[in-house]
Design a protein around this ligand. Structure first.
Ligand SMILES: Nc1ncnc2c1ncn2[C@@H]1O[C@H](COP(=O)(O)OP(=O)(O)OP(=O)(O)O)[C@@H](O)[C@H]1O
Ligand SMILES: [Mg+2]
Length: 333
C-alpha cells in the first residue's frame, strides 16, 4: 500500500467519502500523488473523478475522510490550501465576454500579482500557448481547443507547484489533443505535480506515471500502465496466414514456442501464442517459419491495451456512457 504520508505527497486523500442524496459518489478513496509526478485518475462517466478534484481543490466539502494538498488539510485550512494549486476544471471557466488577454490578466490579479506583472504574465502565457494572435479577441469567438489552452494557461498564472486538470482534452479532435499533451508534458518537465483525470485510456497511458482506475466511487485498480496491462495477462504473438494448410503446418511447427498453448482460428486463419519474452519468441517463430518456407500475411506482438484492462476490470468498455449518466453530467458543473 501507500508508504507516503499526507505530508510527503503533493496530494493525499484518505478514505474520502461523498454522497449526493442517495447517490454515493465517493465510497472511501485512498490514494496519493507523489511530488513531481503525474497521477492519472481514470474512469468512465460518473465514476467520481470530478467530485474528488472538487474536494481536493476546496470547492466541495467531503462527508468523510480527509484530503491534503501540499501537506495542508483542505477542510481545516482551505485558504492556505488554495495557494498550492492551479486548477483547470472540466468545463472551461473563461469569461466569454473578455478577451484571452483580459481573462489571464484577471486571474493574475486574483492571485494578487501586481498590475504590470499580471499583464506581462498574461502576454507571456498567450505566446506560450499559441494564442498570441488571438489574445485581443473575446473568448466567445475561440474554438474548443483554444478555450482549453486558455484554461490551461489560466491554471498556471499563479505558478502553483501542483496542477489539477479535469479531463483537459475531452471533446477535442485527435490533433488538437496531441498538441495539448505537448503543452502538458512541458509543464510536467518544468517540475509541477499533476493530477489529471481522464476517460481516455490512451491519455492516461501517454501522460501518467501512475494510474488509479476508479469506478462507482471506488478504486478498482492502480499501478503503472504496464502493471495494469500485466494484471490481465502478457503479450501475445499474433500471426495471420493465407490458407488453412499454412495455418495447420505453422501450428504444428510452432508447438514449442511461447509461454502457453497456442490458439488457432480456422475461420480467420489466425494463430495467437501467449508469450512472456515477446521479441525472443518472435525471432524463434520467424526462423522456424522461414526454414519451412512458410510466409505469414502478418506477424506482430500485441500488447494488451488499457482498453482490455478496463473491460476486464469493469465488464464494460471505458467510454460506455448511458443516457442516465449524460443527464447527470449536466448537474455536475
Ligand atoms: N452536485 C451534485 N449533485 C448531485 N449529484 C452529483 C453532483 N455532483 C456529482 N454528482 C453525481 O456523482 C457521481 C460522480 O460524479 P462526478 O462528476 O464526480 O463523475 P466524473 O467521474 O467526473 O464523470 P464525468 O467523466 O462524466 O465527468 C455522478 O453520478 C454524478 O451524477
Ligand atoms: Mg467529471
Amino acid at each position: 500500500m501507500n508508504s507516503i504520508n499526507e505530508h510527503d505527497a503533493a496530494i493525499h486523500v484518505e478514505d474520502l467519502r461523498k454522497q449526493f442524496g442517495d447517490l454515493v459518489a465517493l465510497d472511501g478513496v485512498t490514494t496519493s500523488a507523489p511530488r513531481g509526478k503525474v497521477l492519472g485518475l481514470l474512469g468512465p462517466n460518473g465514476a467520481g473523478k470530478t467530485t474528488l478534484v472538487r474536494i481536493v481543490t476546496t470547492l466541495l466539502q467531503p462527508d468523510g475522510g480527509a484530503a491534503f494538498i501540499n501537506g495542508i488539510d483542505v477542510v481545516r485550512d482551505p485558504q492556505r490550501a488554495r495557494l498550492s494549486f492551479g486548477l483547470a476544471g472540466q468545463y472551461p471557466a473563461v469569461d466569454e465576454n473578455l478577451t484571452g488577454f483580459e481573462n489571464l490578466e484577471m486571474v493574475g490579479r486574483l492571485y494578487r500579482l501586481g498590475r504590470k506583472e499580471s499583464r506581462d504574465r498574461a502576454q507571456e502565457l498567450l505566446e506560450r500557448f499559441d494564442l498570441g494572435d488571438a489574445g485581443n479577441r473575446v473568448t466567445k469567438t475561440y474554438s474548443g481547443g483554444m478555450r482549453r489552452r486558455l484554461d490551461l494557461a489560466a491554471s498556471i498564472v499563479g505558478n502553483a507547484p501542483i496542477l489539477l486538470l479535469d479531463e483537459p482534452t475531452t471533446g477535442l479532435d485527435p490533433r488538437t489533443r496531441i498538441a495539448l499533451w505537448e503543452h502538458i508534458r512541458e509543464l510536467v518537465s518544468g517540475g509541477v505535480t499533476l493530477l489529471l483525470t481522464t476517460q481516455y485510456l490512451e491519455e492516461a497511458d501517454e501522460l501518467a506515471d501512475r494510474i488509479v482506475v476508479i469506478d462507482h466511487g471506488r478504486i478498482i485498480a492502480e499501478g503503472t500502465s504496464g502493471e495494469l496491462k500485466a494484471q490481465i495477462g502478457g503479450d501475445v504473438l499474433q500471426m495471420q496466414f493465407r490458407t488453412g494448410d499454412d495455418l495447420r503446418t505453422a501450428t504444428q511447427l510452432l508447438a514449442g514456442v511461447g509461454a502457453s498453448e497456442a490458439k488457432f482460428d480456422e475461420d480467420s486463419l489466425s494463430l495467437s501464442i501467449p508469450t512472456a519474452d515477446g521479441v525472443d519468441d518472435l525471432l524463434a517463430t520467424v526462423r522456424l517459419l522461414d526454414s519451412a518456407g512458410l510466409k505469414p500475411d502478418d506477424i506482430h506482438i500485441r500488447r494488451p491495451s488499457l482498453d482490455d484492462v478496463f473491460l476486464t476490470l469493469t465488464g464494460q468498455p471505458a467510454d460506455a456512457s448511458t443516457e442516465q449518466e449524460l443527464v447527470e453530467h449536466g448537474t455536475v458543473n
